[in-house]
Design a protein. Structure first.
Length: 125
């Protein structure tokens, strides 16, 4: 396609870029949140904020999972941006629910992981 055809769809390209930047902010925030979770033990005394842990569910492991998922979000958002950009140029854009469902499932699992971790502190041995 010629540059003129891109200019006719400037709004579409700008919306695609805004969406990409929102996904990037989400990914970076998720990574930052992971670092904060992992480093809470250095900021607060263990008894004040973190429940006693059993097994593999430790704040540092949860933080690592958040950080890895944030990196995956950044990578997938870049890929999706490029795919959408090409589809807009070729005038064949189609929506995809897969990434929305996948992202919702991942965030739900992360939320459940945090709830599980916090619930460990309320159980008395």
């Amino acid at each position: 396609m010629t540059p003129t055809s891109d200019n006719e769809r400037v709004r579409d390209h700008l919306a695609n870029e805004r969406t990409y930047l929102a996904w990037m902010r989400t990914g970076i925030s998720t990574m930052g949140f992971g670092v904060v979770i992992a480093k809470l033990r250095y900021i607060f005394p263990p008894s004040a904020l973190t429940p006693p842990t059993r097994g593999i569910v430790h704040a540092s492991n949860i933080g690592l999972v958040f950080t890895v998922i944030g990196l995956v979000i950044v990578t997938l958002s870049s890929r999706r941006y490029l795919i959408t950009q090409e589809q807009i140029r070729q005038q064949r854009y189609t929506t995809s629910n897969r990434i929305v469902v996948l992202f919702s499932a991942v965030v739900s699992v992360l939320g459940l992981l945090i709830i599980w971790y916090l619930a460990q502190g309320t159980v008395t041995p």
